[in-house]
Design a protein around this ligand. Structure first.
Ligand SMILES: Cc1ncc(COP(=O)(O)O)c(C=O)c1O
Length: 410
C-alpha cells in the first residue's frame, strides 16, 4: 500500500526531529480556570494534575482580557443574535455589522484610514504580502522576523535576487540593503516585527522610517514600511498603541497585528491607508477564500478595543508595565541575566540547553508554566527561559516565581 511507505517516511522524519531535539512534546491540556483574587492571580488546572493549580507565565494574554466578563458577554450577545458562525466568506454575505464595526475601531485605534480583519495575524501577513508583492518588488526583512513573515515572503514568490535580510535591528545593515537594490526595482518593502517575541526587544522605528523616506524617490512605487506589532498592540505604550507609541514614530505605512494576544480575543488584521486595504480586499487570498472570525469573536474584539481605549485599559497597561519592571529587576537582583527592555516578554538567559530543560521542569513541579527556548530555536549560547508577564499577575505571584527562580538557579 502506498500509504504504508508514506507512513514509514513520516516515522523516519519524526525520528529525525527527535534526534535533532526539535520534536514537540505532547500538548498539555487546560481543564479549568480559577479567576484572580486579591492575593493570588488567576490559576489554571491541567489534565492529569488533579487539583494542582498552575500560574501561567507563558501567555500572550497580557492584560487578562481573555477572561474579562465584558468580552465574554459581548461574544455571547452577538452569537445569540447572529449565530456562532458567519455562514460564508466575507464576499458571500459573511460580513456582519460586528466585522465592519471592529474594522473601524481597529483603524481608529492605529490612527489609520482603514483596516481588514483576517482569521489570525499569520494569515494577515500572508495576505498583505500576496497583495503588495509583484515581480518588480524588493523585500527587506529583519533576520529575527516571525515565521509568518518569512513564510509570507516565500509564498508571495519573492525571488532570492529580490530580497535581503539584515541582522537583527541592524540599521547599518538595512541601509546597505537599501543601497544595494537594483535600479530596475519598482517597489520596495521593509517588513519587521515591532516587538520580537523571543527577546522582548523592539525595532528602531525612527531609524527605519527615516531610511525608508531617504530611499523613497528611487523607486516608482517608493518604499513601504510594514510592522507586525502582534506583541506590541495593547501591551506596550501608555495607551497600548504598541511599538509606534513607545518609539514615538507613527510613520509606519502598514500595521499587521493580532486580536489573539493582548486584546484577548482571536483574529488578525492589517491597518493602513484606504488604497492598501482595498487591494488587500481584492487580492489577499487568505482574506478572500477563508471564513472570517465569528460575529461573537468580532464583538469580543470590539469590546477589547473599547476597554483598552478607556480608563480601565490605561490602568491595566500601567499595571502590566509596573509588573514587567518589577519582575525584570527581580530577575537581575537574584543574579540571573536578561535582555534589557521594558516589554512584558522577559527572556531569562541561561545559555545552556540542559539547564533550561531542567529549570523549566523544576518550575513546572512548583506550579509555574514558562517556555524554554533551546537550540535550534535560538542560536547556541542564547538558550533562554521566556517569561511573559500579565497585568493580572499579583505582587505575590511575581514574588513566588522570583523565589522559585532563586531556589533553582544553581
Ligand atoms: C510577531 C507575530 N506575528 C504573528 C503571530 C501570529 O499571530 P496569530 O496567532 O494571530 O496568527 C505571532 C504569534 O505567535 C507573532 O508573535
Amino acid at each position: 500500500m502506498p500509504v504504508d511507505r508514506l507512513k514509514d517516511s513520516i516515522r523516519a522524519e519524526i525520528e529525525k526531529l527527535r534526534r535533532t531535539g526539535i520534536l514537540k512534546p505532547p500538548e498539555r491540556i487546560i481543564t479549568g480556570f480559577i479567576p484572580t483574587d486579591e492575593i493570588e492571580g488567576s490559576r489554571f488546572l491541567l489534565e492529569g494534575e488533579r487539583n494542582r493549580k498552575f500560574l501561567r507565565m507563558n501567555s500572550n494574554n497580557y492584560l487578562g482580557l481573555a477572561q474579562h466578563p465584558k468580552l465574554i458577554e459581548a461574544e455571547r450577545e452577538a452569537s445569540e443574535e447572529l449565530g456562532v458562525n458567519p455562514g460564508a466568506v466575507r464576499f458571500i454575505d459573511g460580513t456582519t455589522k460586528y466585522h465592519k464595526k471592529l474594522e473601524e475601531k481597529l483603524a481608529n485605534f492605529h490612527y489609520k484610514e482603514s483596516a481588514k480583519i483576517f482569521n489570525c495575524a499569520y494569515m494577515a501577513n500572508l495576505g498583505v504580502a500576496l497583495s503588495l508583492v509583484n515581480k518588480m518588488t524588493y523585500v527587506i526583512s529583519d533576520e529575527l522576523n516571525h515565521n509568518s513573515i518569512a513564510r509570507a515572503i516565500r509564498i508571495a514568490g519573492v525571488s532570492s535576487e529580490n530580497k535581503a535580510i539584515y541582522q537583527h535591528n541592524d540599521v547599518d545593515g538595512l541601509r546597505r540593503a537599501l543601497e544595494n537594490i537594483p535600479d530596475k526595482i519598482e517597489r520596495t518593502i521593509i517588513i519587521f516585527d515591532g516587538v520580537f517575541s523571543m527577546r522582548g526587544d523592539y525595532a528602531p522605528l525612527k531609524e527605519i522610517v527615516k531610511l525608508a523616506r531617504e530611499h523613497d524617490k528611487r523607486f516608482k512605487d517608493g518604499v513601504t514600511t510594514i510592522i507586525d506589532d502582534s506583541h506590541g498592540t495593547a501591551a506596550f505604550g501608555v495607551t497600548g498603541r504598541g511599538t509606534l507609541e513607545v518609539t514615538g514614530e507613527y510613520g509606519v505605512d502598514v500595521i499587521t497585528s493580532t486580536l489573539g494576544k493582548a486584546f484577548g480575543a482571536e483574529g488578525g488584521y492589517a491597518a493602513a491607508c484606504k488604497e492598501i486595504i482595498e487591494i488587500i480586499r481584492q487580492k489577499a487570498d487568505t482574506y478572500i477564500y477563508s471564513n472570517p472570525i465569528s460575529p461573537g469573536t468580532a464583538n469580543a474584539g470590539i469590546s477589547a478595543v473599547d476597554i483598552v481605549n478607556g480608563e480601565e485599559g490605561k490602568k491595566m497597561l500601567a499595571r502590566l508595565s509596573e509588573n514587567s519592571e518589577y519582575f525584570r529587576k527581580g530577575i537581575r537582583d537574584i543574579g540571573l541575566e536578561t535582555i534589557p527592555g521594558i516589554h512584558p516578554i522577559i527572556p531569562v538567559l541561561i545559555r545552556d540547553t540542559n539547564k533550561v530543560k531542567n529549570m523549566v521542569l523544576e518550575l513546572y513541579k512548583m506550579g509555574i508554566l514558562v517556555t524554554g527556548l533551546t537550540t535550534p530555536v535560538v542560536p547556541s549560547g542564547d538558550e533562554t527561559i521566556r517569561i511573559q508577564i500579565s497585568a493580572v499577575h499579583t505582587k505575590d505571584d511575581l514574588d513566588y516565581a522570583l523565589n522559585k527562580f532563586k531556589e533553582i538557579k544553581e
